[in-house]
Design a protein around this ligand. Structure first.
Ligand SMILES: NC(=O)c1ccc[n+]([C@@H]2O[C@H](COP(=O)([O-])OP(=O)(O)OC[C@H]3O[C@@H](n4cnc5c(N)ncnc54)[C@H](OP(=O)(O)O)[C@@H]3O)[C@@H](O)[C@H]2O)c1
Length: 360
């Protein structure tokens, strides 16, 4: 089978396409024929060595993907062979990610994908959707879980609504019944955030974004999902309601964070940091269950018309896929791991789209 590997940390050029033996799933694991692999910033960060320690001599990158189970290890229901699945955290603490024709994951990290949902959508879930779920479920007043109505009466501000995580925040928050405000840097991203389902889209580079947010949320915002805390903290505190939550999953731009303790005391701010790797099994299980329910409801579609353009590469151009993510390409970067004429069962419903769209 073909696989992408790297042996040393470094730039995208450390990624190589190689032939490897078909892997055999051990106890509790499944083997998946990967149709589409999803690329996230954490994948190139791990490859480069930034903030990640390399633990294996040879690594196949990428946590996210979608495909079909073609073999199971001991203790796994043999009836799962042939099941369409989406994969998450495939390369976390393991050397075999999804940038390969076949991968091995623990059975609970291969989640059933409804027939009508495309592999593209399945490969786009993992890191973005699970992060978005965590960010929306850490507020003091809850909800601890997401379902239709869980965020009814609440206002969510998704910073950077045209990013992969921001997009998932908008979709999950809408599904859960929130009023959703989002910030973007310009008109193209505003169009995408609107297509994703945001009720109000604010240009954070415009004159007074706080006033624009207060105009649509006079009582303040309940939950802010933050991608650039240093750049946005002043704006966040200007629009947060008393006892509101700022759930921070990144600090894009790297601007330092300076806290005004008194201001935060008066607001009773909850400042919650989060990273998927250490969120814990309970939070992860809850996120997978709720995201699965949202997917089944058709709430997490992808593609330009749904606010998340797909930018795709063949497996042998995975290095270019990494360059695309690293340079901030708008949309979701995907790698096709199976040939276009593959026998893998595709989605049956609308939105499955062509396997190969040469947009990259
Ligand atoms: N903690 C975790 O577990 C976790 C999980 C997933 C991702 N992350 C991190 O989260 C970040 C985003 O990931 P992603 O996959 O969503 O990347 P992405 O698709 O490239 O999106 C990044 C978004 O951030 C927005 N942004 C940058 N500066 C901003 C600002 N000052 N205000 C508002 N928006 C701003 C950009 O929009 P504009 O160009 O319009 O500014 C862009 O849409 C990365 O740093 C990633 O490593 C962390």
């Amino acid at each position: 089978m073909k696989a992408i590997i790297y042996r040393d940390n470094g730039g995208p050029d450390v990624l190589r396409l190689v032939e490897r033996d078909r892997p055999t799933p051990g106890p509790g694991a499944v083997r998946v024929r990967v149709a589409v692999s999803g690329v996230n910033p954490t994948d190139w960060q791990a490859r480069s060595g930034v903030g990640h320690q390399k633990r294996f001599p040879e690594i196949t990158p990428h946590h996210d993907g979608a495909g079909v189970i073609d073999a199971v290890g001991a203790g796994v229901d043999a009836g799962r062979v042939g099941q369409r699945v989406w994969l998450f955290m495939a390369a976390a603490g393991r050397p075999t990610g999804t940038a390969a024709e076949l991968t091995i994951v623990p059975a609970d990290q291969a989640v059933p994908l409804p027939d009508e949902v495309s592999f593209d959508a399945g490969a786009s879930l993992g890191v973005p959707a699970l992060t978005a779920h965590r960010a929306l479920t850490v507020a003091e007043d809850g909800p601890p879980r997401l379902h239709p109505g869980a965020l009814a009466g609440r206002t969510v501000l998704a910073a950077g609504g045209a990013g992969a995580v921001g997009h998932a925040v908008i979709q999950l928050a809408r599904w859960a019944g929130a009023t959703v405000i989002t910030t973007v840097s310009g008109p193209r991203k505003a169009k995408l955030a609107t297509a994703a389902g945001a009720h109000h889209v604010i240009n954070y580079r415009a004159a007074d974004p706080a006033a624009a947010i207060r105009a649509v949320a006079p009582d303040g915002v309940d939950i802010i999902t933050e991608v650039a805390l240093g750049a946005n903290l002043a704006l966040d505190l200007a629009v947060l309601r008393t006892r509101g939550t700022v759930a921070t999953y990144a600090n894009e731009g790297g601007q330092p964070v300076e806290l005004n303790v008194g201001q935060n005391m008066v607001l009773n701010t909850r400042l919650q940091f989060l990273v998927l790797y250490t969120a814990g099994r309970q939070a992860r299980t809850a996120a997978v269950e709720d995201v699965t329910a949202a997917v089944s409801d058709g709430a997490l579609p992808v593609g330009e018309e749904h606010g998340l353009p797909l930018v795709r590469f063949p497996l042998d151009r995975t290095a270019d896929a990494h360059r695309a993510v690293q340079t901030g390409t708008v949309g979701k970067v995907l790698v096709d791991c199976a040939e276009r004429d593959s026998t893998l069962p595709r989605a049956s419903g609308p939105g499955s789209g062509p396997l190969w769209t040469p947009t990259a």
